[in-house]
Design a protein around this ligand. Structure first.
Ligand code: ZN
Ligand code: ZN
Length: 357
């Protein structure tokens, strides 16, 4: 059974539990997750019984969909949601978190024979726990980022006078060299005091000896995103830089150590945050601890103070505490990991020792 067909089978159990006869999947990422289709327009109707799934796309994707979705009945029509909704009798779930108000009007007119039922987030619930095919894609995405950073440093890419923009461009181009389809988000490259801005956009600021260099970046492989932050120092670190780095590293290790199946997401955040609070820097840790990562760069589960979710084996998350000293500099250390029964599997393998370039 292909992983796509296994995912559709798992979804069917959810449809039966929700007493739905079918689910109209219109969120393109969910369509990709369930079918393998990567085009820009498509939808899939998943039946509760398993013999009536139908995939729909338009004529531009006739050839591509034949290759990517060989195992489902295919409909070439548009708009796909309307064409598929017309086919259903009974209780038809739709992705209420994704359908617009106007879209719902059109759907209601088309689904004359069906009763429309809000069923937002059903596929996302399945996507929380990654299968091994997904984890392998994440592993490759993380490896591309690891290799790009090693090559950037190895080829002298971090040297005085370079701008944040130049380093961001080089990092992204090196990820492409190492198998990425693209960067998984706009890279954050921050030198010196700019490193105290958690989501700094690269500028023409130049690198100086003694600067922190904060790099938050990731690669996209098979649609899966990696996410890693490393903070380095150009030249000999000052004592305050070393102390700040050691603090964030201890906090990050505590967060990783709390990643266990059954752990509450709020507890994982607390385990890491507590280390920083005890050192008197709680107010300078300005964001949640981490987030799920997969077909989206930010997806469930969120690891945050208020988090009331529970971790399961197979979830892929980031652990990324940071302390930001306004006007001076900041440190963030971020890994992408998979929650496992035997302890978290680290996917971003670049060293977390303080790298001095
Ligand atoms: Zn990141
Ligand atoms: Zn992140």
């Amino acid at each position: 059974m292909s992983s796509y067909s296994a995912r559709r089978t798992a979804l069917r159990q959810k449809l039966q539990a929700a007493n739905l006869d079918a689910l109209l999947v219109t969120n393109l990422l969910n369509v990709r997750y369930l079918t393998g289709f990567t085009g820009s327009n498509g939808a899939v109707l998943i039946g509760a019984r398993g013999d009536d799934d139908v995939f729909c796309t338009d004529g531009r994707y006739l050839t591509q969909s034949a290759r990517q979705v060989p195992d489902l009945e295919r409909l070439i029509d548009r708009p796909c949601d309307i064409a598929l909704a017309r086919k259903v009798r009974g209780r038809l779930g739709f992705e209420s978190h994704h359908v617009t108000v106007d879209g719902l009007d059109n759907l209601t007119k088309a689904a004359e024979k069906a009763e429309l039922v809000r069923a937002g987030g059903l596929v996302e619930t399945l996507r929380l726990v990654k299968d091994e095919v997904e984890i392998e894609a994440l592993r490759m995405a993380c490896a591309a980022a690891d290799r790009a950073l090693a090559a950037l440093i190895g080829h002298g890419g971090l040297r005085p006078g370079r701008t944040e923009r130049e380093v961001a461009r080089e990092l992204e181009s090196r990820m492409l060299d190492h198998g990425a389809e693209g960067p998984s988000f706009s890279s954050i490259v921050a030198f010196g005091a700019n490193s105290a801005v958690p989501h700094h956009s690269p500028t023409d600021a130049t690198l100086h000896v003694g600067d922190f260099v904060k790099l938050d970046f990731g690669a996209l492989v098979d649609g899966y995103h990696s996410d890693m932050t490393r903070t380095l120092v150009l030249g000999k670190p000052a004592d305050w830089q070393r102390d700040l780095y050691d603090l964030v590293a201890r906090s990050q290790a505590a967060g990783r150590g709390a990643l266990k199946p059954g752990a509450r997401t709020g507890h994982v955040d607390h385990a890491s945050r507590e280390v920083i609070e005890k050192a008197g820097h709680g107010d300078e840790f300005l964001h949640g601890l981490g987030h799920g990562v997969g077909l989206e760069i930010h997806e469930a589960p969120a690891l945050s103070k208020a988090g009331d979710g529970t971790l399961s084996a197979g979830m892929a998350v980031t652990v990324e505490p940071g302390v930001y000293l306004s006007g001076r500099g900041g440190v963030r250390i971020e890994d992408t990991l998979v929650v496992r029964e035997s302890g978290p599997e680290l996917l971003t393998l670049t060293t977390k020792e303080l790298v001095v370039v």
